[in-house]
Write a protein that binds this ligand. Structure first.
Ligand code: SAM
Length: 271
């Protein structure tokens, strides 16, 4: 089994207060957080419990970091001191988030280690995304709750299914791909999945609709799919037919039929 020697793991073991974290999270945190160390960042953790993780984050991110803890347990207010700001409220309460960001302003990282229900994780993500600076992260840990019966899962409206939907959201910034009514693709440009952790990466500058670039006046005729070549030739020859919607519809039908027929043998990889 892999031995942990990371700085965060050391801080976890030497923390003066109790903290509970799954072992595999430490190398993932290091990977996600190392570029924010010793910077003037605002880090928010949902879920304070005994205050141990707040101590770890302050030591890890350094003296210039602003560390904020959120919990719905009023007793957690006692952890407020010169190193941490504590906010009491429920992460599934939209009004709480509105007041929170009004007071705190924009943040850089939100780590959700709170209550782990679909509602708590999804509402926290949706409410935070618009309030995270470009270059920032929203991280949800314990995402295994989306597979656990005692959270009412697996379910179509689970947190993990919402996360998978953000993949479709991101891909719909490519031209002419179906868009959803509800999307976060104006802020989230990338999602990274780990066991039990999902990391949403925020950068509005990278969320624009994609554009095909051609350098030096280069135009490619290189269409590698046989059916496309067939239809391209047909289209070139019978251009006049394409003014009829029915012809376009028939073409789409055949293309769909062809690719689906070819893809049938892939079924075994989806089981
Ligand atoms: C897993 S513990 C947090 C552990 C802590 N981050 C650590 O590393 O030691 C979960 C915490 O989330 C809090 N919590 C549960 N439901 C919540 C909610 N709806 N809003 C905010 N916090 C909640 C609990 O009171 C508890 O302190």
């Amino acid at each position: 089994m892999m031995k942990h020697t990371s700085e965060l793991f050391e801080l976890f073991n030497s923390s003066s207060k109790k903290s509970i974290k799954w072992k595999k999270y430490f190398p993932i945190y290091e990977k996600l957080f190392k570029s924010y160390k010793n910077k003037n960042i605002t880090f928010v953790e949902i879920g304070i419990l005994d205050g141990g993780s707040l101590e770890i984050w302050k030591k890890y991110f350094g003296k210039d970091s602003r560390i904020i803890g959120i919990d719905n347990n009023p007793k957690c207010k006692k952890f407020q001191n010169e190193n941490y700001e504590i906010f009491i409220g429920s992460q599934s309460d939209v009004n709480f988030w509105e007041k929170f960001f009004n007071e705190v302003g924009k943040v850089d990282i939100v780590l959700d280690d709170g209550g782990h229900t679909n509602e708590q994780q999804i509402i926290s993500l949706i409410q935070s995304v618009e309030n995270i600076n470009d270059g920032g992260l929203h991280i949800v840990e314990d995402a295994h709750s989306s597979y656990q019966k005692h959270y009412g899962n697996p379910y179509k409206y689970s947190f993990i299914n919402f996360s998978k939907k953000t993949i479709d959201d991101i891909n719909s910034t490519f031209p002419n791909i179906k868009n959803f009514n509800y999307k976060l693709n104006k802020s989230i440009y990338s999602v990274e999945f780990f066991e039990s952790i999902v990391a949403f990466k925020i950068d509005r500058n990278l969320c624009y609709e994609n554009i095909l670039l051609e350098n030096r006046g280069y135009k490619s005729n290189n269409i590698d799919a046989t059916i496309d070549v067939l239809f391209m030739n047909f289209r070139n020859r019978f251009k006049f037919l394409y003014k009829y919607k029915i012809v376009q519809k028939i073409e789409r039908f055949f293309i769909k039929f062809f690719y689906r027929y070819k893809s049938k043998k892939l079924k075994k990889y989806f089981k």
